[in-house]
Each structure stands twice: as C-alpha cells, then as structure tokens.
Design a binder for this molecule. Sequence first.
Ligand code: DAH
Length: 354
Amino acid sequence: MIEKLNNLFSNFTTQLEALSKQAEVLNLKADLLGKNGKVSEILSSLKNASLEEKKSIGALANKIKDDVQQLINQKLNALELEVINHKLASERIDISHLDSIKASGLYSGGYHPVTIVQKEIEEIFLSMGFEVLDGPHIEDEYHNFEALNIPKDHPARDMTDTFWFQRPDDTSVANKYLLRTHTSTIQVRGMKGKRPPFKFIAPGKVFRAERTDASHEMVFHQLEGMLVGENISVSHLIFFMKTILSEIFKKEVDVRLRPGFFPFVEPGFELDIKCLICGGGGCSVCKQSGWVELLPCGMVHPNVLRHGGIDTNKYNGFAFGLGLDRLVMLKYGIDDIRHLHGGDLRFVSQFKSY
Ligand code: DAH
C-alpha cells in the first residue's frame, strides 16, 4: 500500500510538470484528491487493515495530500504568472521605433509652441515661489476695466477693441459681459482673499476685435504677473524681470525701462531687452535700434490694490503683462503670428512631440 502511495506521488509529480494549462492542473488535482480520487480510494481500502497499518499509511496519505496541494498551488501560480507575462509581451508597444508606429498609421501628439513656452515660464516662476492662477475667458466689465482703474471713456473700452456679449435679458449697463481683452483681469480676482506678501502669475488666452496682420491676432496669449508686499520698489521690479528673462532666454539679458501709460499702474513702463540677435548693434529684428520691446509693467495703482482689498497704507506692488506669442516668435524665429493659430499641422508638428 505504501509503495502504491509513493508511486502515485511520483507519477503525479511527473504528470504535473508536463502540464501547461490551469484546467489540466485542476483535473489532475481532482483525480488525486477528489472525493472519488485515487488517494481516497487507497484510504477507503484501509478499512480492513490493521491498526498499525492504518496509522502509518494514513500518516503517509495525509502527507502526500499536503504535498500535492502545495505543488498544485505552486504550479497554478506559475501558470498564472506565465499568462500575465504573455499578455504583457503581446500587448507591448515599442515606442522607441517611432517610424514603425507611424508606418502603422499611429502618430504621436505634441504640444503647441505656445504651450511649450508657457510651461517653461511657469516652471521658472514656480521655482521663485509664484503661484499660478487661472481666470475666466468670459469676463464682466468690472474685472476687465473698472477694477483696473480704466475709466469709462478710455480707448481700451472702445467697441472696436472688445468683443462684447449682448445679453437679451439684461439691458443694465452694470452687467455687461465680454471676452477678456487682457490677463490683467486676474489681478483683482487674484488679490481677493489673499494677505500680502503674495506673488502670482496668470497665463492665458485674450481676445481683441482687431484687424489681423503679421503681428496682430484676434486671439493671443499673455502671462500676467503680480507681486504685493511691503516697501516694493521699481528696483525690485527691474531685478525680478531681469532675472526671469535671463532664465527664459538662458543667457544674461540687459533690460531698460521707458515710461509707458496703463491706467492700472503708476508709474507705468515699457521694458525692453537688448536685442539677442545682434547684441545691441542693430538688425532687422530690433529695427536697427538695438532694443526689443518685450513687456509692459509698472507699480500697481493704489486704486487697483483697493479693489483687491489691500491696505494701501501698508502695502504696494508691481505687475507686468508678458506677451507670450511674441516670446514664442522670438524663441523659434517665427515671422508671422497667424501661424500660431492657423491650424496647419505642418507648422505645429515641427515642435516637441511626445
Ligand atoms: N494689460 C496690458 C495689455 O494688455 C498689459 C499690461 C501692462 C499688464 C502693464 C500689466 C502692466 O500688468 O503692469 O496691454
């Protein structure tokens, strides 16, 4: 009987090794350990055996049962792993062979150049502790104009510059809606509920009802920036801008300020950088002047700070509005802003793809 059991076990191990399907393994298990399986058969034939025999054979049978169960489990686990590995291998896509992916009709996507530059600039500001804020494209008159100290008769409110929404149900002047003409709308939205010192940027699309040409579009991108704290001065503004622009262009840039008028800053400036193409000697990019106009900025007007709930006796700050499309054009040598929104895939597919 003992020999029978041992044979049974050694047959089982060779059979098990040859199996490659989970169902076959389960059948083999049933064949051995099931109710009418071979081990039960041997055990039931022990009825008439002596007590001694019952003891030794029973112990061996139980050990074999345990061993069989353990080997079956191991085999099932190994087979399952094989199935998973097989699935992983068969579903694997080798993205290192872009050509073969393209040949199979699949194309990888990519970022728009404006997005690439926007992300790069966001990283730089984030590393300097700025927050990145967002705001609505559809704005009210208050945030686009009023809160920014833009008086009713300012040319920026001219109907030809702004896309207004006409709400048929609302004729009140106080509730006019428009497509934001600049990201400065986020100045007051951003300040609300914040305690100085704080600093944030807000990149996004802006809209103007303008005739388009090589340097004007109806939809373009700005990146607004604002820093509010105690005793902020124009030198802080120059230092920040110089540092940030040097990071953006990955080389030391020279900057200069010229006076500029914007109702929401006082004093207001136009910040120029020394032409990176000719180094200041004069070329077609800088129109022979040696300087490229890059961003308007200034010290935030107290009226604007007050709209944001800031105590102007204690705090002040600076703000700037970077033209993102301009920067993209400078960086990639693009000579017409209309390429950016032209929807021509041959144009956009030249940039970084993933
Ligand atoms: N919002 C202005 C524009 O669209 C740009 C601007 C000028 C933003 C001066 C500023 C600033 O924050 O200080 O033309």
